[in-house]
Design a protein around this ligand. Structure first.
Ligand SMILES: Nc1ncnc2c1ncn2[C@@H]1O[C@H](COP(=O)(O)OP(=O)(O)O)[C@@H](O)[C@H]1O
Ligand SMILES: [Mg+2]
Length: 462
């Protein structure tokens, strides 16, 4: 069997609840109306009976029979007055109830005790449903006669006419209302879900451009908003992925085409072998660096290679890295001014922090002109060890600063290519610092220089 759609499920619920409610309302109102109506009729019968009873004891038979006739004719009430013992049933308990008897044996017993009877039942003698009141008329403890007042229930059924019409109209109106409200409600629920289904299918097929139009603030709207957020996040991830792939293939293709070009030039004898060898070395080095950085970044972005944290004396590390750069500093005749607090011990991965300082220092050197100063300081502020590397280099244009940590982002592609950068250095640095719960901030003025500030949490000695 085909599973029910949400729309049909909602309708099924609405219909079954409404049918049950309508049945309940109709039954209850009929029941109540009937009870109340019969109660009222019985009361009337009783009153009418009491008037007749009084009149009977006044011993004015003419007057009494006039009143009997008048009551019989002027209202729905039928009156039987009888002193016929046959009609009033035999005195024997086991005689069967004769057709023509007005009252049963047990009723007669009650009447003998002077009790007034009220009942609603099918009366065999009268051959109809009736609601009746029987008043005993006795003289000196002898049941002389009875006044039997009754209303046929068919008359009561007629009394239902107005409420039946009322109920029919009411039910009709309720059904119309249910159809209108039900349609609105199901549309409200089903349409957004259908829309979500379509968008989710698009997402599954790799199209992240679709968005849901959202109205309201209920759970469905909030689900819709989540889907929109998910979709735009996926969109961004997808765009980043494409951009990244594009960049990677570009970066790898460039050295390959250089090599090809030089090879052809060598084959045609345009360049000497030494020049070719130099290019091969430069370009393969570049490719190696690129592949190395890419793998490194991929590792840092995953969770499989956690930081191996230990107490690290930041000043020692800075000195170690500086030693490695001695030659390069001397080449450009740069002065390294250091101000290191030897007491700053951070909680870090030694190798990774070395990588951070190495990258930042190489940038500072790379982007500084000859004869400039590079200032490096290590201090402690509250719970953080703070490393500052300040250069007097070319600086970064204000509009580029926000993008500087993006993969492959370089301010001047051509110039930086000559200087051998991949544009991955700062991305790697940022990843490492994030994994240390630290912070990095770059402050730069074009033509004036750059200040890079790194904060790493201090190591807690217990
Ligand atoms: N100290 C600096 N002074 C000037 N520009 C800088 C400095 N550090 C980084 N940059 C700019 O940021 C870009 C990205 O840096 P980075 O990620 O280290 O890549 P790369 O060094 O491989 O070019 C650099 O190409 C350069 O344009
Ligand atoms: Mg760099």
């Amino acid at each position: 069997m085909k599973p029910l759609s949400i729309r049909n499920k909602i309708w099924l619920t609405i219909i079954s609840v409404s049918v049950l409610t309508i049945i309940l309302v109709v039954v209850v109102s009929y029941y109540l109306y009937q009870t109340l109506y019969i109660e009222k009729q019985t009361e009337t019968l009783l009153k009418q009976g009491q008037v007749l009873e009084q009149s009977y004891y006044e011993n004015n038979p003419e007057n009494f029979s006039k009143e009997l006739d008048w009551l019989d004719e002027s209202s729905d009430t039928s009156v039987i007055f009888t002193d016929d013992p046959m009609l009033l049933a035999s005195g024997a308990p086991f005689d069967s109830f004769a057709e023509e008897n007005l009252i049963t044996f047990s009723e007669r017993q009650d009447l003998l005790k002077g009790k007034t009877l009220t009942f609603t039942k099918y009366h065999t003698g009268l051959d109809q449903e009736i609601s009746a009141v029987v008043i005993p008329l006795s003289v000196e403890d002898r049941l002389e006669a009875v006044i039997f007042l009754y209303i046929p229930l068919t008359a009561i059924a007629e009394a239902f006419e107005p409420i039946r019409n009322f109920l029919i109209v009411g039910v009709f109106l309720v059904v119309i209302l249910l159809i209108v409200v039900g349609t609105k409600m199901t549309n409200r629920i089903v349409q957004p879900i259908k829309q979500m289904e379509r968008v989710a299918k698009d997402i599954a097929q790799g199209d992240f451009s679709k968005r849901l139009s959202i109205k309201g603030k209920d759970e469905i709207a909030s689900l819709g908003r989540s889907i929109n957020t998910m979709s735009s996040n996926l969109d961004e991830v997808d765009r980043n992925r494409r951009e990244f792939l594009g960049n990677v293939s570009h970066e790898l293709r460039t050295p390959i085409s250089y090599l090809k070009g030089y090879r052809e030039a060598l084959e045609e004898g345009i360049i000497p072998i030494e020049k070719f060898a130099e290019t091969v070395r430069k370009e393969t080095d570049r490719m190696e660096r690129l592949v190395h950085d890419l793998l490194d970044l991929a590792q840092l972005e995953g969770d499989s290679y956690p930081m191996n944290k230990e107490p690290v004396i930041l000043a020692e590390l800075v000195k170690e890295v500086l030693d490695r750069f001695r030659l390069k500093l001397n080449d450009k005749n740069l002065i390294a001014e250091v101000q290191l607090d030897e007491g700053v011990v951070v909680n870090g991965d030694y190798g990774r922090l070395d990588q951070v300082i190495d990258n930042l220092l190489s940038n500072a050197i790379k982007f500084s002109a000859n004869n400039r100063t590079i200032r490096i300081s290590v201090v402690e502020v509250k719970t953080m060890g703070i490393l500052k590397i300040e250069d007097e280099g070319v600086g970064i244009p204000e509009e580029d600063v926000p993008y500087i940590f993006e993969r492959f982002y370089r301010v001047e592609k051509a110039r930086t290519r000559k200087s051998g950068g991949t544009g991955l250095g700062l991305s790697i640095v940022q990843q490492i610092i994030n994994k240390h719960e630290g912070k990095i901030h770059i402050d730069s003025k074009r033509g004036k220089g750059t200040v890079v500030t790194v904060e790493i949490p201090l190591f807690h000695f217990n």
